[in-house]
Design a protein around this ligand. Structure first.
Ligand code: HEM
Ligand SMILES: *[C@@H]1O[C@H](CO)[C@@H](O)[C@H](O)[C@H]1NC(C)=O
Ligand SMILES: *[C@@H]1O[C@H](CO)[C@@H](O)[C@H](O)[C@H]1NC(C)=O
Length: 321
C-alpha cells in the first residue's frame, strides 16, 4: 500500500470512529431551549394551567395525549396532525376517535410560544411539557422533561390502531404492547395509574358493568349503570377513579383491589394474575407509585424522538409547514 492510500484509509477510519463516538440519535436534554427560547417552559406552563383551571379534566386529557403521541411512531407530535391527502390522521384511530381531546390547548400553547420564539419549539416537546405540568397541577408528581424532540411530517392511523392498547385487551396483550415499547410489567402498571384522573364513556365500560361478572363489585356496577343504560347514553361520562377523579393519587389502585376498576383493562391488572403484586405495592406505598410513575413517563418521553436534522419544527401543530 503506498503512503497516500495508507493515509486515506487512516483518515476514513478515524472519521468513522469520530462519528461513532458522537450520539447520532441526538440526545434529548432538559436545557435544550435555554439559549434559544429561555421563556418556553414558563409560557407553556401558563397556558396549560389556565386550561386546567377552566376545566380540571383537561389535565387528564393532556397526559393521555402525550402517551398516545409517544406510542405511535415515537414522541413526534404525530397525534396532532389533521387528515390531508398525504397524512393519515391518528385522530380517527380506534383509541382516539371521539375520545382524544386537548388538541386546542396544545395549539394555543404552541401559538403563544411561536409569538416569543418562532420556529424553535416543537409540538412534540410542548406535549411532553404539558403532560408534566398537568400532573403537577392536579397534585401528581412532577419530573424533569427532556427536550429537543422534533415534529414528524407523517402520521399513521394503522400504527395507532395496532400499537395503542385497547380497553378490552387481556393482560397478555397489554403486556406485549408495552413490552414492544420497552416497558416491563411493573412500568406498565405504574403508567396505568394515570387512570387516577379523567373520564371514560359509557360505550366503553357498558359491557363490564352489565356483565354480572365476579370481577366487579356489584354495588359499583349498579351505581355506574344509572348513568349508562343498556342502550343509549353512549357518550355519558364516568370517572376512571370513582373516589378522587380530579386529583392524581394512588386511589386508582385501591379501587382495583376492591374490584372497582371501570375499564376491563384496568381490572385485569388485579385479578389474580402476574401484576397483582405491583398493584398491592402501589396501594401500600403511594411514594413508590409516584416515583415509579415519574421514571416511567420520562422513559416514555424518550421513545424514538426525531432529533438533529430529522423532522421539522411545525408552525402549527395540526399541519406540516
Ligand atoms: C394500559 C393500557 C391502557 C388502556 C387500555 C387505556 C385505555 C383508555 C381508555 C379506553 C380511556 C377512556 C377513553 C374514553 O372513554 O373516551 C382512557 C382514558 C385515559 N387514559 Fe388510558 N389506557 C391505558 C394506559 C394509559 C396510560 C399509560 C396513560 C398515561 C400515562 C393513560 C392515560 C389516560 C388518561 C389520563 C385518561 C383520561 C382522559 C380524559 O379524561 O380525557 N392511559 N384510557
Ligand atoms: C370516527 O367517528 C365518526 C363519528 O363521529 C365516524 O363518522 C367515523 O366513521 C369514525 N372514523 C373511523 C375511522 O372510525
Ligand atoms: C345480569 O343480571 C341481570 C339481573 O339478574 C340480568 O337481567 C342480565 O341479563 C344479566 N346480564 C348478563 C350479561 O348475563
Amino acid at each position: 500500500m503506498d503512503s497516500s492510500k495508507y493515509f486515506a484509509t487512516f483518515f476514513t477510519l478515524s472519521l468513522t470512529l469520530l462519528l461513532l463516538s458522537f450520539p447520532c440519535e441526538g440526545q434529548l436534554s432538559p436545557t435544550f431551549y435555554d439559549s434559544t427560547c429561555p421563556n418556553a417552559l414558563t409560557t407553556i406552563r401558563t397556558a396549560i394551567r389556565s386550561a386546567i383551571s377552566a376545566e380540571r379534566r383537561m389535565a387528564a386529557s393532556l397526559i393521555r395525549l402525550h402517551f398516545h403521541d409517544c406510542f405511535v411512531q415515537g414522541c413526534d407530535g404525530s397525534v396532532l396532525l389533521d387528515q390531508t391527502s398525504t397524512i393519515q390522521t391518528e385522530k380517527t384511530s380506534l383509541a382516539n376517535n371521539n375520545s382524544a381531546r386537548g388538541f386546542n390547548v396544545i395549539e394555543d400553547a404552541k401559538s403563544k410560544v411561536e409569538k416569543i420564539c418562532p420556529g424553535v419549539v416543537s409540538c412534540a416537546d410542548i406535549l411532553a411539557v404539558a403532560a408534566r405540568d398537568s400532573s403537577a397541577a392536579v397534585g401528581g408528581p412532577s419530573w424533569t422533561v427532556k427536550l429537543g424532540r422534533r415534529d414528524s411530517t407523517t402520521a399513521s392511523r394503522s400504527l395507532a390502531d395496532s400499537d395503542l392498547p385497547g380497553p378490552f385487551d387481556d393482560l397478555l396483550t397489554l403486556l406485549s404492547k408495552f413490552s414492544n415499547k420497552g416497558f416491563n410489567a411493573r412500568e406498565m402498571v405504574a403508567l396505568s395509574g394515570a387512570h387516577t384522573v379523567g373520564q371514560t364513556q359509557c360505550r366503553i365500560f357498558r359491557s363490564r358493568i352489565y356483565s354480572n361478572g365476579t370481577d366487579i363489585d356489584a354495588g359499583f356496577a349498579s351505581t355506574r349503570r344509572r348513568q349508562c343504560p343498556t342502550t343509549g347514553g353512549d357518550t355519558n361520562l364516568a370517572p376512571l377513579d370513582l373516589v378522587t377523579p380530579n386529583s392524581f393519587d394512588n386511589n386508582y389502585f385501591k379501587n382495583l383491589v376492591q374490584k372497582k376498576g371501570l375499564l376491563p383493562s384496568d381490572q385485569v391488572l388485579f385479578n389474580g394474575g402476574s401484576t397483582d403484586s405491583f398493584v398491592t405495592e402501589y396501594v401500600n406505598n403511594p411514594q413508590t407509585f409516584s416515583s415509579d410513575f415519574s421514571a416511567a413517563i420520562v422513559k416514555m418521553g424518550d421513545l424514538s424522538p426525531l432529533t438533529g436534522s430529522n423532522g421539522i419544527i411545525r408552525r402549527i401543530c395540526s399541519a406540516i409547514n
